[in-house]
Design a protein around this ligand. Structure first.
Ligand code: PLP
Length: 413
């Protein structure tokens, strides 16, 4: 970092401040993590200097002797990790990955069916403000009002009505395991392709803590930077027969040159994710989420679906007489970083909804186990019970920072 300090003290200072924040606070945003030092180093390597439009062995620029090997390694490792038939490692992130799938299989105006955004779906699953909702006829399924669970019968009925070309399974805020076999049956019945966007739970799949969608889906997309603990980016996996269409959609369909530094960092992350240690990590993420769920339930919190099977909890704060935004702000000031989130059938607006989403991927990376999660739950309860109590929040913030010293995250001294 000495060179940044000399060249650009402003950015150096901001990076250092962010390092401090990531060290001193308990990061519970379900889509975030801490990458290893090895992944950080690959991300910051000289591979950023190279242009490589095309694919290994078929590039539009010379000088690819090394880059081709890097990309091939990333592809092979992803294939091995997820037992996929074909992998494209070039998508810049999760949103372009999903867009590439649509470009590969849809014409403007074609119908897609995905989980509604306020029920835990992602923007790219057909939300009205997203290109996926503007260029395609987007239909949505919702969760059961009674149980908060996916209602497969409702999906089947919607699919029969709207005859989508693509059915999307996957979410950003659903605390339970998905039944991919049921999704497959529904897709087959209406002749749709099945796209599973496993961005959130890919690390759990890699570590064996969540069933894999790969045998069931035609196409699987995932970001690489959430529970999978790699660099910011995404991959697309698909059946062999769709490989050429997916590759063409990524490049030249929507992207130019791949970010080779990211590709290398992905390869490193895939290697890490194939280890027994990573399987332990994935299992611990779920144990930690369950421990936190247990503590919060004991303290009278209303968890959507009553608990969790994965890395996240969705909490409806209506009975606590505090809004999601108020709670998230107060928690952040106390060093407990979550995001406010809509809950299914939320009566409040998305800018200040009724809930918060809490994830355990990042704290598990820094070594938290069940005992630490019980403590985190007690702090969350204390802050949410008195979100205006500045003295209490300051005290908890200090306790949190002291607590964090015993759990140094990777890559931060
Ligand atoms: N898909 C899902 C399910 C997500 O949760 C996200 C991001 O949170 C994305 C796609 C988009 O990823 P990105 O933010 O990298 O574009």
């Amino acid at each position: 970092m000495d060179d940044i300090r000399q060249t650009d003290p402003d950015i150096y200072d901001l990076i250092k401040q962010e390092e401090r924040r990531q060290f001193d606070k308990i990061r519970l945003i379900a889509s975030e993590n801490y990458v290893s030092s090895a992944v950080l180093q690959a991300t910051g390597s000289v591979l950023t200097n190279k242009y490589s439009e095309g694919y290994p062995g078929r590039r539009y620029y010379e000088g690819q002797q090394i880059i081709d090997q890097v990309e091939r390694l990333a592809i092979e490792r992803a294939i091995d990790l997820f037992d996929a038939e074909h992998v494209n490692v070039q998508p810049y992130s999760g949103s372009p990955a999903n867009l590439a799938v649509y470009l590969a299989f849809l014409k403007p105006g074609d119908t897609i069916l995905g989980m509604a955004l306020p029920h835990g779906g992602h923007l790219t699953h057909g939300a009205a403000v997203s290109i996926s909702g503007r260029y395609f006829q987007a239909e949505h399924y919702t969760l059961s009002r009674e149980t908060g669970l996916i209602d497969y019968q409702q999906i089947l009925e919607k699919a029969r009505q709207c005859r989508p070309k693509i059915i999307i399974a996957g979410h950003s805020a659903y605390p339970r395991i998905l039944d991919f076999e049921k999704f497959r049956e529904i897709a087959d019945e209406v002749g749709a392709l099945l796209l599973v966007d496993m961005a959130h739970f890919a690390g759990l799949v890699a570590g064996g803590a969540h069933p894999s969608p790969v045998p069931w889906a035609d196409v699987v997309t995932t970001t690489t930077h959430k529970s999978l603990r790699g660099p910011r980016g995404a991959i697309i996996m698909c059946k062999r027969e769709y490989g050429a269409a997916i590759d063409k959609a990524v490049f030249p369909g929507i992207q130019g040159g791949p970010h080779n530094n990211t590709t290398a960092a992905m390869a490193v992350a895939f290697r890490e994710a194939a280890t027994p240690e990573f399987a332990d990590y994935a299992g611990q993420i779920v144990k930690n989420a369950r421990a936190l769920a247990e503590t919060l339930c004991k303290r009278g919190f209303d968890l959507i679906t009553g608990g969790t099977d994965n890395h996240l909890l969705l909490v409806d704060l209506t009975n606590k007489k505090v809004t999601g935004k108020q709670a998230a702000r107060a928690l952040d000031m106390a060093g407990l970083v979550v995001n406010y989130n809509a809950v299914p059938f939320d009566k409040r607006k998305p800018g200040n909804p009724s809930g918060i989403r809490i994830g355990t991927s990042a704290v598990t990376t820094r070594g938290f186990k069940e005992a630490e999660m019980f403590q985190v739950g007690e702090w969350i309860n204390a802050v949410v019970s008195e979100p205006e109590n500045e003295r209490l929040i300051t005290e908890i913030g200090a306790d949190v920072a002291a607590f964090c010293k015993a759990f140094p995250p990777p890559g931060i001294a």
